[in-house]
Design a protein around this ligand. Structure first.
Ligand SMILES: Cc1ncc(COP(=O)(O)O)c(C=O)c1O
Length: 654
């Protein structure tokens, strides 16, 4: 008995065979994949870093290849070429907009390292800076220290410093300026300005200063409050005027180079950018009028990702393309600059999510599943009921059997209501001690079966009554997956963010099950119960039946931005293995680097357990057990070997 996948169009006999393309549609792969992800004829998901179908990396092959090398799922695949392609897209979009608008300012993106601070990724962006002219953004002291060392030998690379800054932070920036770094610090609170003035004088440095403005324009979506007049960061217009007067007073007005804003991440509506950019451009023009030699407008981050592929103004999507975004930004700034007769400003963006999201995919294996479609053995139930003394025979079980046996296409609602009532009565009887566990078990099985029968009949009839809308979810399977939501997709748990999920193989087979995903943490929150869909999100995902002895791999896509760093150690599941996959010119893929995930000893170390100490303690206990005869010597050896191995092993199930 199976539940038909959602969204499966009724197929005529002439259409016949299910194809990989049908599955691609089911998962919306072409929509959110944006040409970076596709399907091979053999039904495997492919990654096409350059959006070129003739140059594709087969994810299933990569995972199987890794397995042969002893690297097991869960594993995070990072496609370095895809990261490079995103940088290229951004560069190209702005270059095009600048040419189309005959704009005389330059464009630079500073990658905000907080989006994904992993060294390999930051180094790659650093190494590509000559090609694309990008820089880095640091939002905290540790990030600043990392960025200063990363840019050694790359003095021309722009560095923008955001976030709260204390005296030490600002002193470091001033000294870095002296060192020759192209570094600019953004004033987020008025008090930071005085620290900049103080340290610049002390070290005799002309710093580059930016000010973050509290705009009246706001972002759109979850991070909307990052912008607006009540935002946490930024200077009010009164502060900005006062700051420019103060800088004039200390003869540093020429150091005020940049005006900055950040509307919040994942801005889904292009109109919000249009308003903000126009407002920011007017502030720039006014600062020029006040005598500042400001030459740059930093429009912050917020450039979004179409996670659900719907291209709409919706939390998980965006209603614009990168080309539209660049064109609007350049066009708006140009118009204001031309009207105000000030030079076209250089444009900086701090686009993080856009750059990093697509380049990482988490692959996990399914460990097993729970099904809710056991068929009741009515004859056996009746026999068991009749064996009880008449006053101990629970009426709700009879009622459920009766409901189950009298279902027809015409009485679905009626039967369902009776079944719910009988189930509720059964639960009350059990809670009061009047029903045995086997009888309760029969009730559950009968209830699921009634639900399933109703659902299947409704689907055949072609309509689902309102009462039954919850049934597909209620009856769906639970697939247990070898990963931790908290570690690898924390935003799915914390802020209900949607990530596209799809099996990475068997796509040429029609999925015959539907289910939700549960991770291996012992927390009931460790689940994914919302999935991307083109119109509305869906609560269950179409999945394949598991085959005995064969792995089933799922990919969680677009997790390159924020997830790795926000992930936590819940239940002490640590970082997964990270594998950098590169595309070779001859059409093959190769593994560039394998960064091993945390070992058990490492995660225990994070919570101040010392692995050696633990080992010594257990060894003493085991020895005592051998001495007192509780444990045989051979068993003690096995236990200690298991323990030592476990300490050095992966935190996930292998
Ligand atoms: C100041 C600043 N700049 C840039 C970003 C990056 O934003 P996004 O990843 O949405 O491009 C953020 C993150 O919210 C931010 O706070």
């Amino acid at each position: 008995m199976t539940v038909l996948p959602q969204n499966t169009k009724k197929r005529s006999f002439i259409e016949a065979r299910w194809t990989a393309e049908d599955t691609a549609n089911l998962y919306g792969l072409r929509d959110w994949g944006k040409g970076y992800f596709g399907i091979s004829p053999s039904g495997h998901v492919t990654c096409m870093p350059a959006q070129d179908p003739t140059r594709a990396i087969d994810l299933f092959e990569v995972v199987e290849g890794l397995r042969e090398r002893g690297v097991h799922t869960p594993v995070l695949l990072r496609f370095d070429d895809l990261l490079e392609q995103r940088l290229r897209e951004l560069r190209t979009a702005f270059d095009q907009a600048i040419t189309d608008n005959e704009y005389s300012g330059k464009y630079t993106c500073v990658y905000p390292v907080k989006v994904n601070q992993q060294r390999h990724l930051c180094e790659q962006i650093r190494d590509l800076n000559l090609k694309f002219g990008f820089g880095l953004e640091a939002g905290s002291k540790p990030e600043l220290l990392a960025v200063l060392a990363l840019t050694a030998g790359h003095n021309h690379m722009p560095i923008v410093c955001n976030g709260f800054k204390d005296s030490e932070f600002i002193e470091t920036v001033i000294l870095a300026t002296k060192l020759g770094r192209n570094i600019l610090t953004v004033v987020e609170k008025y008090s930071e300005l005085e620290l900049i003035i103080e340290h610049s004088r002390r070290y005799n440095v002309r710093p580059q200063i930016g000010v973050r403005a509290k705009l009246s324009a706001r972002g759109a979506g979850r991070w909307e409050t990052s912008g607006g007049l009540r935002s946490k960061f930024g200077l009010t217009m009164a502060d900005i005027v006062q700051a420019s007067e103060r800088l004039r007073e200390v003869e540093m007005l020429d150091c005020l180079k940049m005006i900055h804003c950040h509307l919040g991440s994942q801005v889904y509506d292009i109109r919000n950018f249009k308003h903000a950019v126009t407002e920011l451009a007017y502030i720039y023009a006014e600062l020029r009028r006040l005598g500042a030699s400001c030459d740059t407008i930093d429009i912050g981050g917020g450039l979004g990702v179409d996670y659900d592929g719907s291209q709409s103004a919706w939390d998980s999507s965006i209603n614009y393309t990168i080309a539209e975004y660049a064109a609007d930004v350049v066009y708006r700034i140009k118009n204001v600059c031309d009207d105000a007769k000030v030079p076209h400003a250089n444009i900086v963006s701090e686009s993080g999510r856009f750059i990093a999201a697509h380049s990482s995919v988490l692959i996990c294996n399914v460990l097993g599943r729970t099904r809710f479609d056991v068929k009741p053995d009515v004859k056996k139930i009746r026999t068991e009921l009749e064996a009880l003394e008449p006053e101990k025979q629970p009426q709700p079980v009879f009622d459920l059997v009766d409901a189950y046996e009298r279902i027809t296409d015409r009485n679905l609602v009626d039967v369902y209501h009776d079944a719910i009532q009988a189930r509720d009565e059964a639960m009350s009887l059990f809670s009061l001690g009047y029903m045995s566990l086997p009888m309760r078990a029969h009730c559950e099985v009968l209830f699921w079966s009634i639900g399933r029968e109703i659902l299947e009949r409704s689907m055949r009839i072609g309509e689902l009554a309102e009462e039954f809308e919850g049934l597909p979810v209620l009856l769906s399977d639970i697939y247990f997956c070898n990963f931790s939501v908290f570690q690898s997709a924390p935003d799915s748990w914390a802020i209900d963010q949607l990530f596209p999920i799809s099996p990475i193989h068997r796509l040429d087979e029609q999925p015959t099950r539907v289910g939700v995903l549960a991770d291996i943490t012992c927390d009931s929150d460790g689940k994914i119960e919302r999935f991307v869909d083109k119109r509305e999100e869906k609560k269950i995902l179409e999945l394949h039946d598991l085959k005995e002895g064969e792995p089933y791999y799922l990919g969680i896509f677009l997790v390159g931005a924020y997830q790795e760093v926000l992930g936590d150690l819940h239940n002490l599941f640590g970082d997964t293995h990270v594998v950098h996959v590169r595309f070779e010119e001859d059409g093959t893929w190769s593994i560039d680097e394998i960064v091993a995930g945390d070992t058990v000893a490492e995660v225990l170390g994070y919570v101040q357990f010392d692995a050696d100490q633990l080992l010594r303690t257990l060894r003493r206990d085991v020895e005592r057990a051998v001495k007192t005869g509780r444990l045989e010597a051979g068993d003690s050896k096995a236990l200690m070997a298991f323990y030592e191995d476990g300490m050095q092993g992966y935190t996930y199930l292998e």
